[in-house]
Write a protein that binds this ligand. Sequence first.
Ligand SMILES: Cc1cc2nc3c(=O)[nH]c(=O)nc-3n(C[C@H](O)[C@H](O)[C@H](O)COP(=O)(O)OP(=O)(O)OC[C@H]3O[C@@H](n4cnc5c(N)ncnc54)[C@H](O)[C@@H]3O)c2cc1C
Length: 399
Amino acid sequence: MPDYDIITVGGGLGGASIAKAMAERGAPVLIIEREAKFKDRVRGEWLAPWGVAEARDLGIYETLISDCGYHPTGWHTRLAGNSIGARDLATTTTSAVHPMTFFHPSAQEALIDVAEKAGAEVRTGVRVVAVQPGATQSVTLEGNGPSESLTARLVIGADGRGSMVRNWGGFESKEDSDQQWLAGILIENTAAPMDYSVAVFNPFASRIALMFPQGDGRARFYFGARSNEPGMSGDREVPRFIEESRKTGMPGEYFEGATPAGPLATFSGADSWVDHPYRDGVALIGDAAAQSDQTWGQGMALTLRDARILRDALVSNDEWDAAGHAYAEEHDRQFRDLHTAESWFTSIFMEPGPEADARRAKALPQVAMDQTRIPDIFFSGPRSAPVDEAARRRFFGEE
Ligand SMILES: Cc1cc2nc3c(=O)[nH]c(=O)nc-3n(C[C@H](O)[C@H](O)[C@H](O)COP(=O)(O)OP(=O)(O)OC[C@H]3O[C@@H](n4cnc5c(N)ncnc54)[C@H](O)[C@@H]3O)c2cc1C
């Protein structure tokens, strides 16, 4: 008999959500999380409407909204210096809910607590150093004492960017070329509006600036540029972050009198993923399965969708090997659509050069007049509408 039904390597959004979902159905579950206390690593803090719908399905919405969640009700887009209007995402997406923002470490705390309350055993401050796939998977961990090996029917790699479970499980990683980066910082005492998010695209300069309010004068700001430009990290670079955001079109008054409330850090936007994230009793979810370009803000929603799809597969089939494969097939379908749509967005909004400028000159005036030309996948989620040649032609203004 294995020690547990499930061991999750990592207790972030993905690990805690699947652990809670399976523990409350009576499965013995262990979460192993290396951090003793979560801190600001500059991660996602805007959960797309389709991710909020997944949070509801997983039964974690109430926890998030009561502990740390905030609902900005509007979405404002500025394109090449012009406002293309405001949007109420709750009434115009298939998910029919507002997006949610939160301080990421608070969401991690809240979810790991709720998983524990649902019956999962939680070990924090302990690091997994090896996973051995096989007839009964084993996980080796190291904390303060001697190393220990534990077995499980299913090991779930929810260990985020740079996942080691990918390697230990024998998965082959794939990666896009490094084209752009995103820097982020939490700001407090900002004069930015607290009731709507702001997305500023400056495609002819290959720049993007984003503001996601969290209430009480706090907001997460991001700025993105191409990878041939130097990224921004550390306190000394905060003035450059603010200046570049302002030059891109983020209103300068949002930063007047405001103060940083966390680190400034930059991350490559290159997607990195595995095809079919299940094999030999090891499943990967969240960033461990597919790390999507954070410029487009989809990682957390995809992580929650992974958790929900894996839960549904495991509860509907006692043969967990077959359930693992079913999860992996569905995950691949979802990620394929997101990955394709991301490449279209990069091509229109971020790619430099005369060919890209010509593409934009055709697409953007039509998009500005009719926003339904923009594929709604980033708000409504993969599988909400086809991501096919017809959708591409409409977005690129070719019909
Ligand atoms: C700058 C930036 C901005 C982003 N913005 C957005 C956004 O606006 N919206 C959005 O949806 N997404 C965004 N994302 C992506 C989002 O943050 C991730 O997709 C999401 O956090 C993935 O969750 P996860 O649970 O898979 O991984 P993580 O949140 O990284 O959790 C993994 C956990 O595993 C633990 N761990 C790792 N290795 C081990 C080990 N060996 N042993 C034990 N524990 C281990 C880690 O400590 C961590 O707690 C952004 C990402 C970045 C970098």
